[in-house]
Every structure is written in C-alpha cells, then in structure tokens.
Design a binder for this molecule. Sequence first.
Ligand code: UDP
Length: 412
Amino acid sequence: MTLLERYAEVAGRDVVEHLRQLAGLLKGARVVHVNATATGGGVAEILAPLIPLSRELGLDARWEVLDGTPEFFACTKLMHNAIQGKRAAPDEQALRAYEEVNAGNAARLTGVLNDAEFVFVHDPQPAALIRHFSKRSGHWIWRCHIDASHPDSRVWRYLQTHVAGYDASVFSLPAFVRALPHRSYVIPPAIDPLGDKNRDLPDEQVRSICERNGLDMNRPRIVQISRFDWFKDPLGVIAAYRIAKPFLPELQLLLAGGGASDDPEGVEVLRAVREEAGDDPDIHVADLPPGDNVTVNALQRGADIVVQKSLREGFGLTVAEGFWKGRPVIGGDTGGIRLQVVDHHTGFLVASAEGAALRIRYLLHDDARRQRMGEKAREFARRSFLLTRQLREYLTLMVALQRGAEERIGAD
Ligand code: UDP
C-alpha cells in the first residue's frame, strides 16, 4: 500500500484527493525544509512524515538539518526562551556563534537552497540563513512554531532583522502572530495519525500497557499526559479527582509525563505530585522515558476521559491526540485549548478543579453520551488536526506565493 493510500484510510479519501489536486499545481516543485534537529521535538516529529508524503504527491521535497556547535545551541536555547517571553538575551559573542553557524550552513547548502522554489525555515535557529541568499529566486517562508506573542524586545528586534527578509511567515495560532513587513499566515500544528503516538493499537496491547501502569481496566479512568510542569496543573488534576471521588468511588487517575530528568523544575513538580498523591492507591504517577510514544498512545486509548487542565498552553498537542483516540477532553480554558475543545461537543473547558470534577462526573455518568462526544472529537481531529490538513495548508500557501496576484487558481 502506498503512503497516500494509508493516509486515505485513516484521514479520508476526500482529504487525500484534495491534497492531490493542490499538489498537481506544484508538480515537481523543489521544496526544502530546514530545521535544527533530526530527532526529538515537535518539528522533527512532523517533518519526518511530511517529507515522504510530499514526495509521493509529486513534489521534490527534502529536509536539511543545521550543523551546529554547543555555543550555537546555547545561544538558540536562550533565544527560544526569550521569544517565549523570558527576560534573557544572548550576548554579542553568542550572537556571533549564531551567525557563524548560519553562515557555515549557508555555504554547505548553497546549491540546494539556490535551486529550491520554496524554502521553509523552521524556528529561530536557521532564520539567519536567508542573509546569504540575497540573489535567491525561490520563495522563503519562516515557520515559527513557538509562542512569539510576548517576546523579549531586544531578542525579537535582533531576530526580526533576519525574519523581515522572508516572503511570508507562518505562526501556529492567531495570538502568536507578530507584525512583519510581509504576509503572515496561521497554520496550527498537527499530529501524525500513522506515527507510533497515534496509530491504532491492538486492544490487548492497550490493556497490558495500562495495567503495567497500575490501571484497572474494569474501573473508570482519567488520564493526563504532560511534562511535569506547573503550567500543566497536575495538582489541579489531583484536586479535581479528589472532589469527584466521593461520587465515583471506583475512579482512578493516571498522571504520566516525562522530561523531569533534564529539567530541574520538572524534578520539583514530579516530587510535589507524588507528595500530593500520597498513598492513594487509585492515583498513579508515571515518569515516562523520552520517546516512549507507544506508551503515550496506549495510555490515551486506555482512558475514558483525557484531561489537559493547563493554566497556560499554546496549541495542546495532547488535546488533539486525545480527540484522535475518540476521547472527549477536559481542557483548561486557556490559549489554544480554547480553539480545540468545543464545549459540550468535543469535551469541556474548565477554569477550576471544581469545574473539572463536575465534568468528570457528567461524562462518567453516561457511557453513551461520552462515546458520542468521543466520536465527534475524533471527527473534529480528522478534519482539523492531522498532518494531512497541515500539508494541505502548506500546499495552499505555496500555490498562493507562486501565483501571486492571479485572481483565480483552477485545480483539476
Ligand atoms: N509527551 C510525551 N511524553 C511525555 C509527555 C508528553 O511523548 O511524557 C508528548 C505528548 O504526547 C505531546 C507532546 O509531548 O505529543 C507535548 O505537546 P503539548 O503541545 O501537549 O505540550 P508541550 O509539552 O509542548 O507544552
């Protein structure tokens, strides 16, 4: 079976047909994506399936990864945090390392990038490449995956000197968009329905992974999977569970997450969560190793309700993942979750532990209703949050850039 056929099976024939029509307008177009890492992180996770899918659609797509130095990555980490609002800025020397690495990579990739009709540059790390292509003929797009709504002004001013040279920018949510001297587009993130985190799993495997994590599959289960971070409000989830528990004595809660080992705050949050859970045999806390996607998948599938009770959130990937598994999601009434959870349809938005507890009781009270909402959630994810939708929007953007001022664009 071809890749497109496999996507048609899960995402729908109509969706793949639409991709074919759009790609037909771009036949053979040379498209290059550039980012900073081949593995780990959301960008790599999406580029890995996006490239072969684009190629099967007839585009000449490729993916290039920056070669960096430790000084470069230290600088871009600071930059990343500053763009997301932390008051910190790289010094002159760090910026020199940033520019030197970009210059070196520009030299290494000269042929590929000069030949490309479309170059997607992901996030701040490779943003300065464009400096070295003043005679470029292709369309260059800066794809920002991070929340740039309240950046440190010094760092943004610096980054803007590079980004301003692009032909278009893409942000993940309307709230993240920054004023730039070119058009900005909003394209939300997506999940890969064929990847380990989201593909179908045999019931037996779901059961055994859930049981291994302490869940009794014959009793109700609520699950939140998130990095151990205060903004994910794990203590609020425990509070909601405790308020609901007297009404639902069989209720179980699983809080699973990772990232605690390389993040000092994560260690502190995990400790606080364990302390708060105390010796309650129905609260399970799992510290997952990085990249254990099948476990994440199984735990979301094993849940009756997926919870993402964040206090602050961009686009919540776990919300889309829960939907895709046919689970209604109880989500914090904040950021991108507001655009994902359609109250009473795909789940509930909540602003307190009491609110979350009420919704837990409501959803567990009526299996048929919960299932109906889960089905709506899955359909919503199919249309709005899959890789195929994201690719469709990238293709549309490319067509728009290529055709410029043409008023009508006909597709067969
Ligand atoms: N995730 C994971 N293991 C964990 C915790 C989270 O693989 O232990 C995944 C989760 O399934 C999702 C991503 O990491 O795909 C988190 O993205 P999200 O947008 O929900 O939150 P972020 O961590 O980016 O704030």
